[in-house]
Write a protein of this length. Sequence first.
Length: 185
Amino acid sequence: MNWVPVARILKARGVKGEVWVEFLVDGLDGFEEGDALTLEADGVSRPARVERFFRYSKGAVLKLQEIRSREDADRATGSLLLLGEDAVPEPDASSFDLDAVLGYRMIDARRGEIGAVTDVFEGTEYWILRGEGPLGPFEVPAVHGLSVGFDDEARLVSMDLPDCWPGVDEPETGAKASPREEAGD
């Protein structure tokens, strides 16, 4: 059976072995009590079973039977949780593969081409596009307010950034002429 990474353990929660988790696949909303998983850390895999799972405003919390203490949970930080591929939901046709835009050109409405996408990561509320341009690295949140749009056929991301965008525009020095220089002395 092929195993698919579906979640990552972020950190310990409390002292009873609960952990915060982030999901890596769309369509998987959580785990059920008794679900069999594989816990993978540093290339070593071991079976694990879900004791409980819940979500609330701060995120997703998982308790595995094999993680009994805060120390166990700390050691499991960064581990991947894997499911058999038959248990992983099929991607929604409207879902978006974050890695699909790597290498896309980044075009700003006022500046023209400003760089290319080097990384994409999912923030708390929206995706963050990391780009590399002539002035170095920069980041752009993929939000409607910046008119961010994707054209897969042309392999480009369009946007409309305000003036003085960090990493895209030369920073203003903020230095003002002295009163003597202004007077022409």
